[in-house]
Design a protein around this ligand. Structure first.
Ligand SMILES: Nc1ncnc2c1ncn2[C@@H]1O[C@H](COP(=O)(O)OP(=O)(O)OP(=O)(O)O)[C@@H](O)[C@H]1O
Ligand SMILES: [Mg+2]
Length: 357
């Protein structure tokens, strides 16, 4: 696949703030790509650099193999959807959508047809004459999408387009946006600080901290093989415990909770010295009824219970001062445990990762 958007060693500073601090990413044509990271990590700045609303302090951006240096936003093959529905309240739906055609002076353009097509794409057929004030939040955001899609940009840039919507609607729009992206085949670059949103929607995710890309990978790879403690704790939940390396050849490590285990080299991240941090996801630890003598098990006491319907999350204390969080599926035969219960645990040690301290 060809690389449609190439960001090469880009820096952007505002005074002494290094908002984007040496980013290189390559986004393939037709990909649903997300920039994910905490507030202030530089996501919006990177998106605005791609759109041309900001100029890099250094580094280069190519779209479709052309350098974007000195190219104004409306001459780039990009369009942007903003966080707060940037639709005009005094214009009706079709006027808002047709606004996306403002830079096209071509009189042969069939504006009505293009508006109808764009409205159909976002599921708002027939809403042409509706006043913008008579739209729900989700509908406003669809109008903004239609306006951005009407010119069929090569790349659609979306800056937290769903963050103002309530949870249910946001989930529905996530799925619609994904379907829309597949249907139109346009490359989408989505900015979000919501890791669940990034994981469920994207082909590829770049996790950003402090103006840098910490890891760029598929959602599954990010979850299962996070290359640093920071990424591991930002993506989903992760238990961390201290450990020591016992032997380097098979990477045998010792920790109070898990005893002595060997960790597969593919799950060792960073330059591990003697002291390391072990990580295991809450769903990779299960509560067992009666441990058999031959099996390694952990004894624990429940210190907190959070019920989520489908799952229950237990916080447990395992001796001294180590605690673990366990996520347990509420299947039909599942026993519910209460505060203070003493339980036995089994960790899926194949899923334990090691990070440099
Ligand atoms: N025009 C500007 N002038 C000065 N500083 C800026 C400007 N734009 C962004 N910054 C700073 O650059 C850093 C990155 O900002 P950016 O808006 O890219 O973050 P973000 O990841 O989009 O955060 P959020 O999730 O809160 O939207 C922040 O420290 C911000 O204060
Ligand atoms: Mg932002």
């Amino acid at each position: 696949m060809s690389k449609l958007v190439q960001v090469e060693n880009v820096y952007k500073s505002f005074g002494d703030v290094n908002a984007v601090n040496g980013v290189s990413v390559a986004i393939e044509e037709g990909q649903f790509y997300s920039l994910l990271g905490p507030s202030g990590c530089g996501k919006t700045t990177l998106l605005r650099l791609i759109a041309g609303f900001e100029q890099p302090t250094s580094g280069q951006i190519f779209i479709d193999n052309s350098s974007m240096e000195g190219i104004e936003p409306n001459f780039r093959p990009t369009n942007m959807v903003f966080q707060n529905y940037a639709i005009f309240p005094h214009l009706n739906v079709e006027e808002n959508v047709a606004y996306g055609l403002r830079s096209k002076r071509d009189p042969s353009l069939n504006r009505n047809k293009l508006v109808d097509e764009a409205l159909e794409l976002v599921g708002l057929s027939g809403f042409n004459k509706r006043s913008s004030n008579a739209l729900s939040g989700g509908q406003k955001q669809r109008v903004a999408l239609a306006r951005a899609l009407i010119l069929k940009p090569k790349v659609l840039l979306l800056d937290e387009p769903l963050s103002a919507l309530d949870k249910k609607l946001r989930e529905q729009m996530q799925s619609e946006l994904r379907h829309l992206q597949r249907a139109v085949g346009i490359t989408f670059i989505l900015v979000t600080h919501d890791q669940e949103e990034a994981l469920t929607m994207s082909d590829k995710v770049a996790v950003m901290f402090d103006g840098k890309v910490a890891q760029e990978a598929s959602p599954k790879e990010l979850y299962e093989f996070p290359t640093s403690k920071e990424v591991a704790s930002f993506i989903g939940e992760m238990n961390f415990v201290n450990g020591n390396i016992v032997e380097n050849k098979n990477f045998t490590v010792r920790s109070e909770i898990f005893g002595e285990i060997a960790i597969d080299k593919s799950r060792v991240f960073g330059n591990a010295s003697n002291k390391i941090i072990l990580g295991i996801r809450p769903e990779k630890i299960s509560i067992i009824r009666k441990p058999s003598r031959s099996k390694a098990f952990i004894t624990a006491t429940i210190i907190d219970v959070s019920y989520f319907g489908e799952t229950t999350c237990y916080k447990v204390s395992c001796g001294s001062n180590e605690t673990l969080t366990i996520s347990s599926q509420n299947s039909v035969d599942q026993i519910n445990y209460s505060l203070g219960d003493k339980i036995y645990l089994k960790a899926d040690t194949n899923n334990i990762m090691a990070f440099s301290n």
